[in-house]
Design a protein around this ligand. Structure first.
Ligand code: FES
Ligand code: FES
Length: 165
């Protein structure tokens, strides 16, 4: 009987800038961007919930636009700029939107928060004075299992107000 020898997966060289740092790394073509960020780079702030594009927990910025990192292969980020929640602000120097979430109690368990922040950052850049309905639509692709939407909406409103004044 013929035996099938296991074959080593082919690796592809990629170069990507994540949170301002350039990484050159070989990846399997099947590696998801979410797994690359979490497992290869140790950036576990990007959360993985559904792994098929529904929950929004894995949202990151690709060249400043929100994308779901579970729906993109790492190799597709080759030559691009990624920002994860770790790249927005630090504990001592929160991003203004993070600060608004803190003050408006927009965080409960926090599992959805990285994805919501990386959704809201480009949203407020494009729409600095959103209505409540527009805020709700903007975050409608981010599922919060703590059902804390009212405080999240309040936090986005607060961040928008502060950015305008
Ligand atoms: S983990 Fe990517 S959308 Fe849910
Ligand atoms: S704060 Fe818990 S999932 Fe949103």
């Amino acid at each position: 009987m013929a035996t099938t020898e296991p074959t080593m997966p082919k690796l592809f060289d990629m170069a990507v800038t994540v949170n301002g740092t350039r990484y050159e790394q070989a990846v399997e073509p099947r590696t998801l961007l979410s797994d690359f960020l979490r497992h290869d780079l140790g950036l576990t702030g990007t959360h993985v919930g559904c792994e098929h594009g529904v929950c929004g927990a894995c949202t990151v910025l690709l060249d400043g636009e929100s994308v779901r990192s579970c729906l993109i292969f790492a190799i597709q980020a080759h030559g691009h700029r990624i920002t994860t929640v770790e790249g927005l602000g630090t504990i001592d120097n929160l991003h203004p939107i993070q600060e608004a979430f803190r003050q408006a109690h927009g965080v409960q368990c926090g599992f959805c928060t990285p994805g919501i922040l990386t959704t809201v950052v480009p949203f407020l850049e494009q729409n600095p004075d959103p209505s409540e309905q527009e805020i709700r639509e903007a975050i409608s692709g981010n599922l919060c299992r703590c059902t804390g939407y009212q405080h999240i909406v309040d936090a986005v409103k607060l961040a928008a107000e502060r950015a305008r004044t």
